[in-house]
Design a protein around this ligand. Structure first.
Ligand code: FAD
Ligand code: DLZ
Ligand code: SF4
Length: 504
């Protein structure tokens, strides 16, 4: 029986279940296609990254002796979608079966489920085992629980992987060192520089293609991302040597002109398959064991990967295709234009969006507490915001992006993923960054014409959503503060918020 294996742009791993099936025999089809570049707007650096990494991976497969049928976007016209790429091969009559590893999105999964009938061929969809927690394992964990809290899931993953365990106890006696990971940072000569690769000939060709064929969001030059496993492994080493020791302490910090701080920049490599979650965590654990990194850094980092990353994936597949449309707070404001242009006087948003345009990257706290919090308290439609996050980050794939946006950041799933909304006034950003010092708005001013927009929007958000949020136990003290305010003060907050919202 002759098999055809379809490999997607985020499945660039030689140990992929579909490639393990017949390591020497089955043909491979890969395709740069219009549909995948266009179902949401994509940052041009993300398109360049995916295409270049796909081309390098196809070459590696060929070097291993595989026959690879590759549609490049240079074809005129380019292949419209993945179904057509598959159909073109199946039409040759050479194949009895199509093998795919499940994709990272409901949209494609549902399409693939129709292919058997459509192409009259056996289609085998294999579970993607590049994760530590299978769908079954997550279902067993979630079964019967009233609340699906990450912390309890994470402890089970620690036990199962044995990472940072001393027998059946967590290393150091505590599961979670987050309380030590909330320091503000200051500029330092010793700030690590991100790992950078110079584009090779393949990447240079892809950048020319992107320049010629894609208009839209984001700078694609300079381009310094790794596009092969070999270079992604160097990026991992670089992170461990240069940044991991301070990763924990400054995990939540934000600084003007410092897009990366002590973050790893490994998410894109992990999500497209150039690196695996366990190998990263084992390298981090080894760095702690040899005394190179403190426990708060190693634990904080490993928690993001075996905890948050696996947990949000479990939620995405468990909740089903309508998850991305949830809107528990009924927010319906269009996404402000400055999310695309970066043109706003709010220094924190200008910084986060500006670096997003340049680098296709912002770190977690910028995504959660700057662009995320602003959209939440301004009442932006969570689906529009979801499409924005999916478009603008190099690491964005729906299985990981949607729960972070719809659930964690916008509370649009009604509290399935987070116990309270990440609403905050400007004080949080002021504490964790140096943005406010250079801002046209005054973070200390609550309601004046120059007051920080986060300050009034925060209270306005709580007032607007009082029916849904007042009984949230974690918000009790906040509503008691609101209740204690004079009518005039409450009205001043609401008037200033209305003025800010009118100006969006
Ligand atoms: P580091 O800070 O170095 O963290 C280490 C690794 O942990 C990351 O590489 C990532 O793989 C993992 N990780 C950390 N936090 C999370 C999380 N909350 N969920 C899942 N994995 C996590 N991450 C994506 O990979 N793709 C996305 O599309 C994405 N969208 C997001 C949208 C919003 C609104 C928010 C709040 C977060 C989002 N995240 C997403 C999670 C997180 O912000 C990124 O993983 C992280 O910023 C990537 O940069 P890094 O590799 O330098 O991460
Ligand atoms: C993100 C992306 C882009 C921009 N282009 C392609 C492509 O041309 N061909 C391809 O196979 N995959 C691409 N991808 C990744 C897919 O969109 C991804 O596989 C799905 O979103 C499922 O995670
Ligand atoms: Fe952002 Fe407000 Fe600070 Fe300006 S003052 S940087 S808007 S938090």
């Amino acid at each position: 029986m002759t098999d055809l294996v379809l490999v997607l742009g985020d499945q660039l791993n030689h140990d992929l279940p579909s490639l393990r099936q017949k390591p020497d025999a089955a043909d491979v089809v890969m395709a740069e296609v219009t549909a995948e570049t266009a179902y949401v707007w994509h940052h041009r650096k993300k398109i360049a990254f995916i295409f270049s990494a796909m081309r390098h991976f196809a070459d590696e497969l060929r070097a291993k002796g595989r026959r690879v049928h590759y549609h490049s976007f240079d074809e005129a016209p380019p292949c419209p979608d993945l179904a057509r790429a598959v159909e073109d091969r199946l039409k040759t009559g050479e194949y009895d079966r199509l093998i795919v590893t499940e994709p990272g999105e409901w949209r494609l999964k549902q399409a693939m489920e129709t292919w058997s009938e459509r192409f009259d061929v056996e289609v085998v969809i294999l579970e993607d085992d590049r994760f530590l927690c299978s769908h079954d394992r997550f279902a067993r964990w979630a079964e019967g629980r009233k609340q699906l809290r990450m912390e309890y899931f994470y402890r089970e993953m620690r036990r199962e992987t044995g990472l940072l365990m001393e027998g059946d106890k967590p290393a150091g006696g505590r599961w979670n060192y987050d309380a030590e990971n909330r320091e503000a940072a200051s500029s330092s000569l010793f700030m690590p520089k991100p790992f950078q690769v110079e584009p090779d000939a393949i990447t240079a060709d892809v950048l020319d293609l992107v320049e010629a064929r894609f208009e839209g969001f984001g700078d694609f030059r300079p381009f310094h991302f790794a596009v092969t496993r070999e270079d992604a492994l160097k990026a991992l080493d670089h992170f461990i040597e240069q940044a991991l020791p301070e990763f924990g302490t400054y995990q939540d910090a934000m600084l003007k002109g410092e897009a990366f701080l002590y973050h790893s920049l490994l998410s894109a490599y992990l999500n497209v398959g150039l690196l695996g979650p366990l190998e990263i965590c084992q390298a981090v654990e080894a760095a702690w064991k040899r005394g190179h990194a403190p426990l708060n850094a190693a634990e904080g980092y490993i928690r993001q990967i075996i905890g948050w990353r696996e947990y949000v994936r479990g939620i995405y597949w468990r909740e089903g295709p309508d998850y991305v449309r949830r809107n528990a707070l009924g927010a319906d404001r269009p996404l402000p234009d400055f999310y695309w242009s970066g043109e706003t006087d709010m220094a924190c948003l200008a910084a986060a969006i500006g670096q997003t345009r340049q680098e296709a990257y912002a770190h977690h706290i910028q995504r959660l507490m700057v662009t995320g919090t602003f959209a939440l308290i301004a009442g932006v439609d969570p689906h529009a915001l979801h499409e924005w996050y999916l478009a603008v980050y190099i690491d964005a794939f729906e299985w990981v992006e949607a729960p972070n946006t719809v659930g964690m950041s916008q509370f649009a799933d009604g509290g399935l993923l987070g116990s309270k909304p990440y609403a905050a006034s400007g004080a949080y950003i002021d504490r964790m960054s140096d943005y406010c010092a250079g801002c046209r708005y005054d973070v200390k001013d609550k309601t004046g014409p120059n007051s920080c927009p986060f300050n009034s929007l925060y209270w306005d958000f709580l007032a607007r959503n009082e029916d849904t949020l007042r009984n949230n136990p974690r918000l009790g003290p906040v509503y008691r503060n609101w209740d204690r305010m004079s009518d005039e003060k409450r009205q001043a907050y609401r008037d200033r918020a209305a003025e800010v919202l009118d100006g969006l």
